[in-house]
Write a protein that binds this ligand. Structure first.
Ligand SMILES: Nc1ncnc2c1ncn2[C@@H]1O[C@H](COP(=O)(O)OP(=O)(O)O)[C@@H](O)[C@H]1O
Ligand SMILES: [Mg+2]
Length: 315
């Protein structure tokens, strides 16, 4: 069944196993289409019959409710953080779309940026145990530790990128920040701080060296630990989506980013697809209605169909 048929039919998939998978949608910059991707990927999955919860983790700009066509829910993550609501499940608010619930973002200064470690861990463990097939996190812009940690701890980390220098730069910055944060965690996990310092000091001789050179050097110093480190780093496999595509050149930028990251960081990324630049996006934003529901014949429906199938294939 095509996605447009599913939009009209809301067909149910039966018999699939229930185990919540968390997908985080991020990107270095605001306005690149993270919320668009989160909302419409959630809708696609819900229309396919999966039980989906979309969580708005955008600190200053929680607007997922609008993307999904509902008013600000009266229960938000702020209420949970401030203990006004103690049962996490009470945060789940239904949307007009079958199988799709939302957890609305913090609306005040008790935002994600200021989340204490303890709160973050608590929310992370609650997110992982939501009774759903897919939990999608809309991360908002920036590279604060909290945002990075939500990205890192998800089963899938998806980056939305515009074919513009500023967005590309921010994407590299985001990947670099996640890479370093993970390296720190792996360092502690494997207890190899001295080994990394030794390899980093050697780096002073060659200022051009990359993270991939660092890992090579660690393997030379200590093959066993170095290989373990390499293995842990390889688990970081972000997926990228190019948004607002107007030409083949724009599409190709995704492949360049993929190969630069392989050469520089030694990480593999999956280029899961692109979204055309399309005026139905702002028309749906203006109408405060989800794009896929309001314009089921838009080119973006096919774009999302391909992306979501690719994401499911890579599960
Ligand atoms: N594919 C697209 N075609 C046209 N406009 C788009 C597209 N993607 C995003 N936009 C525009 O960019 C704005 C920002 O998108 P949004 O999803 O809110 O970004 P983010 O969540 O990353 O800040 C949207 O309101 C829309 O006007
Ligand atoms: Mg947003």
């Amino acid at each position: 069944m095509s996605l447009s048929e599913q939009i009209n039919n809301s067909g149910d998939l039966i018999g699939h196993e229930r185990r919540c998978k968390v997908w985080a949608i991020g990107g270095g910059k605001g306005g690149v289409g993270k919320s668009l991707v989160t909302a419409n990927t959630s809708i696609c999955l819900a229309l396919m019959g999966y039980k989906v919860v979309t969580v708005d983790l955008d600190l200053g700009g929680a607007n997922m409710h609008t993307c999904l066509g509902i008013p600000i829910p009266d229960k938000t993550l702020s209420d949970y953080i401030s203990k006004k609501i103690t049962n996490f499940d009470d945060l789940l608010v239904p949307t007009p779309i079958k199988n799709l619930h939302i957890i609305s973002g913090a609306q005040d200064e008790l935002g994600i940026a200021n989340l204490k470690q303890m709160h973050k861990n608590k929310i992370l463990s609650k997110l992982n145990s939501i009774d759903a097939d897919y939990v999608l996190l809309d991360l908002g812009a920036g590279t604060t530790f909290n945002t990075l940690d939500f990205f890192i701890s998800a089963d899938k980390g998806i980056l939305v990128i515009l074919p513009e220098p500023t967005s590309i730069e921010n994407t590299y910055r985001f990947i670099k920040s996640v890479y370093h944060r993970r390296l720190k965690m792996i360092e502690e996990l494997l207890d190899i701080q001295p080994l990394i310092s030794q390899a980093m000091n050697a780096k002073l001789n060659s200022p051009q060296s990359t993270p991939i050179d660092l890992v090579k050097r660690i393997i030379e110093i200590n093959p066993e630990m170095g290989t373990k480190l390499q293995h842990e780093i390889a688990k970081f496999r972000p997926q990228i989506i190019m948004n607002q595509i107007r030409s083949q050149n724009d599409i190709d930028i995704g492949f360049s980013i993929q190969s630069v990251c392989k050469r520089y960081f030694g990480i593999d990324m999956d280029y899961v697809g692109f979204l055309d630049y399309d005026s139905t996006v702002w028309q749906s934003v203006k109408k405060r209605k989800p794009l896929l529901m309001e314009f089921p014949n838009s080119r973006l429906v096919n774009n999302f169909d391909r992306i979501v199938h690719k994401l499911l294939e890579l599960n």
